[in-house]
Write a protein of this length. Structure first.
Length: 165
C-alpha cells in the first residue's frame, strides 16, 4: 500500500449504504453486532435531513471506501466553546497500517481548529489495546477519572415519563 492514494471527503447522501456497512463492520469488531440496528432511512434522515445530528468523513484508498469517522459537536460549559466529539472511527482491517486512521484523525483535528472548538474528544473500549495505543501515539491522553453513563430503552422512557415540576 506504499503507493496507494489516500483521500478523505465529507460523506454525501449517496454514501448512506456504505456508511451503514462500515457501521455494521465496526459493530462486529466491537462485539456489538446485535446493537447495530440503524437503517439506511435512519442514517439518511439523521445525517442529511433538515437538522443533521452528525457528520461523516469517508476515508478512501485508491477510490475504495476503507474507513469512516462519524462526529458531532458538544459544548464545554467550562471553556464556553463547543467541542468536536468523535462517535466512531473505523478502518477496515485490510487497510489498517496504511495511515488512513491518522489522516482521518488529522482531518477531524483540522475541523475542530477551523470551527474554534475547545476540545476534540472520543471514547474507546477499555479492552481495545490497539486503538488505545494508536490514540496515545497521536498525543491523546486518557480521562481515566471519568466514566460514561447511559440511559436507553425502558430506563430512558421511564425517566422521560416522570411528572414535570
Amino acid at each position: 500500500m506504499n503507493n496507494a492514494l489516500l483521500s478523505i471527503r465529507p460523506a454525501t447522501p449517496d454514501d448512506v449504504p456504505v456508511i451503514r456497512q462500515l457501521i455494521a463492520e465496526l459493530a462486529e469488531y466491537e462485539r456489538l453486532a446485535h446493537a447495530a440496528v440503524a437503517t439506511d432511512d435512519d442514517l439518511r434522515t439523521q445525517l442529511f435531513g433538515e437538522r443533521p445530528a452528525a457528520e461523516v468523513l469517508i476515508g478512501e484508498i485508491d477510490g475504495t471506501p476503507a474507513g469512516f469517522a462519524l462526529f458531532f459537536h458538544n459544548f464545554s460549559t467550562f471553556l464556553g466553546k463547543r467541542g468536536l466529539y468523535l462517535e466512531d472511527l473505523f478502518v477496515r482491517p485490510s487497510y489498517r497500517g496504511s495511515g488512513l486512521g491518522k489522516h482521518l484523525m488529522a482531518a477531524l483535528a483540522r475541523i475542530a481548529v477551523q470551527r474554534d472548538c475547545g476540545r476534540f474528544e472520543w471514547s474507546v473500549l477499555d479492552w481495545n489495546e490497539p486503538a488505545i495505543g494508536f490514540y496515545r501515539s497521536i498525543g491523546a491522553t486518557g480521562m481515566d477519572e471519568w466514566t460514561v453513563q447511559r440511559l436507553e430503552g425502558a430506563a430512558l422512557h421511564a425517566l422521560a415519563a416522570r411528572d414535570e415540576l
